[in-house]
Design a protein around this ligand. Structure first.
Ligand code: ZN
Length: 316
């Protein structure tokens, strides 16, 4: 009897410990059909917080005849599990591949849930993303998400991509063809945009957002403009931003106009010897169409300073 109890205790102990260290499940969000057999779960637009439990990106679900493919399965193990539950309502097929658009943890920490459910799944990402994770950025993102959500993402672990890929590569999964686009540093140094050749859908990552101003810290504004210019050369008709509603190529043009307005005007005012903070009012007036976007006031000054530093460096 004692042995039996002891065995039970030893079996239950880790279960109890895991339960205590885990944040709650993320409630299910609807999957919106954006093209034939392609769905997007449009997450909330806010920053990660306790209410959204960190889930605020746009996971993609593609139903190929060889299994499901996911894009960016969310910010935590709980978000990834939610994406799998929603995907399971669309198809009985297993998940056979995952694409991660870039290093920011709100897009890929859900990998853990997919790997747990499908140990052989191929997870694709840019080599720079894999290197950044090896150098500790993955762990930093786990900690940041836990902090921003006040522990709701607890239990999340780093599961990096295991299949590096670069610009121009083509991955075939069943009856679908995925073409990878990378045009150098843009939103980050590790962005890939995923074109699904038929029926012409592009997952843009955070190179393009809609309704929210992207954070720009480690990227390159001119590179982001270039990414926008290059991606609309595809024959795609549907574009999925990293955050915000899916749309057509206008979505890309609107984001490009934001960046080119900032860069062009900072360059002009720099030549007139203005400092970055003196430029803000004039540039803000030119970008009033974006004033309703989340993060407009907070991010505009940062974008101007970022452009200013780049232009200053180019002038030395
Ligand atoms: Zn990002």
């Amino acid at each position: 009897m004692y042995t039996l109890l002891r065995c039970l205790f030893l079996i239950l102990l880790p279960v109890i410990a895991i339960a205590a260290e885990r944040g709650p499940a993320v409630p299910e969000y609807p999957a919106d059909r954006i093209a034939d057999r392609i769905y997007v779960i449009h997450g909330p637009l806010d920053m990660p917080n306790p209410e959204n439990q960190g889930f605020m990106n746009n996971p993609g679900i593609i139903l190929t005849d060889a299994g499901m493919v996911l894009v960016d399965p969310g910010a935590s193990v709980q978000s990834g599990e939610m994406v799998l539950r929603v995907a399971g309502q669309l198809s009985d097929q297993p998940v056979v591949a995952v694409f991660n658009t870039h290093i920011h943890g709100d897009h890929w920490l859900g990998n853990q849930a997919v790997r747990a459910a499908y140990p052989d799944v191929a997870i694709y990402g840019h080599p720079n993303m894999i290197e950044l994770i090896e150098n500790g950025e993955g762990k930093s993102w786990v900690a940041l998400m836990e902090q921003l959500t006040e522990g709701k993402t607890k239990g999340t672990k780093v599961v990096p991509p295991n299949k590096p890929l670069n610009h121009g590569e083509v991955i075939k999964v069943g009856d679908h063809t995925f073409r990878i686009h990378h045009y150098g540093p843009a939103h980050t140094t590790s962005d890939i945009m995923i074109e699904i050749v038929e029926p012409g859908v592009v997952f843009l990552g955070d190179n393009v957002l809609s309704g929210r101003v992207p954070r720009i810290r480690e990227g390159n504004i001119q590179g982001n403009i270039k990414a926008c210019e290059e991606i609309v050369k595809t024959d795609a008709s549907v574009y999925v931003p990293g955050h915000g509603k899916t749309g057509d190529r206008d979505l890309v043009e609107i984001m490009k106009t934001w960046f080119s307005t900032i860069y062009g005007n900072v360059e002009r005012l720099y030549a007139e010897d203005q400092s970055d903070f003196e430029m803000k009012d004039e540039i803000s007036a030119l970008l009033q169409d974006y004033s309703g976007w989340i993060g407009f006031d907070e991010q505009l000054g940062k974008h101007i300073s970022f452009a200013y530093l780049q232009i200053e460096a180019d002038n030395f």
